[in-house]
Design a protein around this ligand. Structure first.
Ligand SMILES: Nc1ncnc2c1ncn2[C@@H]1O[C@H](COP(=O)(O)OP(=O)(O)O)[C@@H](O)[C@H]1O
Ligand SMILES: Cc1cn([C@H]2C[C@H](O)[C@@H](COP(=O)(O)O)O2)c(=O)[nH]c1=O
Ligand SMILES: [Zn+2]
Length: 192
């Protein structure tokens, strides 16, 4: 039975690298894959998954209106898909995650979703909440805080490096806007 996997982590933990390695692994064995990423994430190039380590691949951009299930089935009709990989999965809606679960259950196509668990306030993203609820397999990709503990939280900072506690959930940015920290140092930075 095909499964829905959720690989979750803080920022800068290696999610995109992991996704691109998994994709390469399928393709080097002659299998077809389909990649999705959030269209709003324009840090590198629209419709591209780029890892900080330098790997990149073209992906189908998704937004709130994208029917990922229909897109994948459309591709599957001409090119049998062995796997679907989704980066920035925190930006999916709950309904889009339900569609991905259906892709695995009704159509036998495994789905590997990669994303953040929580936002800069320590709250779940909608896509992550649904993935945590539905996935057959939850895999944490770990990275370290400056103190050596696991960096499970994402601190948002301003241009001067000061912690930000309030704001919109979605704000695209990289290492200049976010710092992955352990829970203790995350709370300390926010004066909690
Ligand atoms: N030149 C490099 N060599 C090895 N690792 C690197 C290099 N540059 C960045 N990294 C590591 O890659 C990881 C970030 O990978 P990335 O896939 O972009 O993360 P994510 O998608 O989780 O934000 C970090 O752990 C960082 O230390
Ligand atoms: C914590 C947090 C992150 N984001 C954005 C910032 C980035 O554009 C992506 C995550 O990128 P990654 O390096 O691939 O993990 O998400 C956000 O919009 N809101 C947040 O709270
Ligand atoms: Zn720490």
């Amino acid at each position: 039975m095909a499964k829905l996997y959720f690989y979750y982590a803080s920022m800068n933990a290696g999610k995109s690298t992991n996704l691109l390695q998994a994709d390469f692994n399928y393709r080097e064995r002659g299998m077809n894959t389909m990649l999705f990423t959030a269209g709003i994430d324009d840090r590198f190039a629209h419709g591209t998954i780029t890892s900080r380590i330098g790997l990149s691949a073209t992906a189908t951009p998704f937004d709130a209106n994208t029917d990922l299930l229909a897109c994948a089935l459309d591709r599957h009709r001409t090119q049998a898909l062995a796997c679907v990989l989704v980066d920035e999965a925190q930006f999916l809606s709950a309904a889009q995650v339900d569609g991905l679960a259906r892709l695995a259950d009704a159509h036998g196509i495994p789905v590997l979703a990669y994303g953040l668990r929580t936002d800069f306030r320590g709250q779940l993203f909608e896509g992550s909440a649904r993935l945590l609820a539905l996935s057959d397999s939850l895999v944490e990709i770990k990275s370290v805080c400056t103190c050596g503990r696991k960096a499970s939280m994402n601190l948002r900072v301003d241009a001067a490096g000061h912690a930000i506690a309030e704001g919109q959930q979605t704000e695209i940015g990289g290492n200049d806007r976010y710092v992955a920290l352990c829970r203790r140092h995350f709370n300390e930075a926010l004066g909690r």
